[in-house]
Write a protein that binds this ligand. Structure first.
Ligand code: CO
Ligand code: CO
Length: 319
């Protein structure tokens, strides 16, 4: 069962009619009103994407906090969640992972207030994160408007590169640029999105660029037209696709997208898989009016305009 299914089940079963729930299941994070404070909450747990436990903890923490930034919020406190195969690793590894997570939390101005671990055949680590958010300025996944541009704030291909690392096709040194991107928090991107008047925003994670783009148009009378040549791609990614280093998740995402994405006939299978590649600690995907780009250009933030919003039926067109 995938995470989307869990969100659907929660959405179908939860009790309706609580006015304190400002955003329920189906968005990057939930928003709940406690007295006059809007609290934003999310959880994500991942398996190792790098060999170094400190870096893995730091990346996983950023990945978990990313959903808070994708809503326009600010993380304040977190709980650690860890699956730990005690026979394979000693406590020193665990300590390094937590140290890495603390490093990322400190940089974000958030604190670790506790955690829970359980025996698991596979090492897993993540955070449940609580943040605060301006209730009048919540960046929802939906809300994009016809005529706007679609912007991404990190290059893609992280899932392919981490698969290549696990497959022994890349060294720790060769994957360093991707590690730097995973260590880059979406805080600046989030505050720019708010200031530039973004109408919709999400972060690119497990469903890949196209899967998350689809979440932004689903059920709306708009389409996203994505120029695949404008999508920024990390170095060595195409080489690793040719070497067969494509994660299973990319194939799953692509088959889920069948019938929901119109691909230009000249797009290769490799390009389609790349656009479906699951990202860890990926960038923000957002829509805004073209004038809003001025703020992005003035900043030092990496970004790329990858398409535009047109009148439509809730699908993605890739050309
Ligand atoms: Co998200
Ligand atoms: Co999420």
């Amino acid at each position: 069962m995938g995470p989307a299914d869990l969100e659907e089940i929660i959405g179908a079963l939860r009790f309706e009619g609580n006015p304190a729930v400002l955003v329920g299941p189906g968005d990057d994070a939930g928003v709940y009103l406690v007295n006059d404070t809007a609290v934003v909450e999310t959880v994500d747990v991942i398996t190792p994407v790098v060999n170094d436990p400190f870096l893995f903890g730091a990346i996983s923490a950023n990945n978990s906090m990313s959903d808070i930034y994708a809503m326009g919020g600010r993380p304040v406190a977190a709980l650690a969640v860890a699956g730990f195969p005690s026979c394979d690793y000693g406590p020193a590894v665990f300590r390094e992972i937590v140290r890495g997570a603390l490093h990322s939390l400190q940089r974000a101005g958030a604190v670790l207030v506790g955690g829970h671990s359980f025996d698991d055949p596979e090492l897993k680590f993540g955070l449940s994160v609580t943040g605060v958010i301006d209730r009048d300025r919540i960046l929802r996944v939906s809300g994009a408007k016809e005529g706007e541009v679609v912007v991404i704030t990190k290059p893609i291909g992280i899932g392919i590169l981490t698969t290549a690392l696990k497959g022994g096709r890349l060294t720790d040194e060769e994957i360093q640029p991707a590690v730097e991107w995973m260590l880059t928090v979406n805080e600046t991107a989030s505050s720019l999105a708010l200031r530039a008047g973004a109408t919709a925003c999400t972060d690119v994670t497990g469903f890949g660029l196209l899967g998350h783009a689809l979440n932004m148009v689903r059920g709306a009378e708009i389409d996203f037209v994505v120029e695949h040549k404008a999508v920024p791609v990390l170095e060595k990614v195409r080489e690793m696709i040719d070497a067969g280093m494509v994660p299973g998740g990319a194939y799953q995402n692509l088959s889920f997208l069948a019938g929901k994405v119109d691909f230009s006939p000249d797009l290769s299978e490799e390009e389609k898989l790349l656009l479906s590649d699951p990202q860890t600690s990926g960038g923000l995907l957002l829509t805004l009016q073209e004038e809003g780009l001025a703020l992005f250009r003035e900043s030092s933030l990496f970004f790329s305009v990858i398409g535009r919003v047109v009148k439509g039926t809730g699908k993605i067109v890739v050309q």
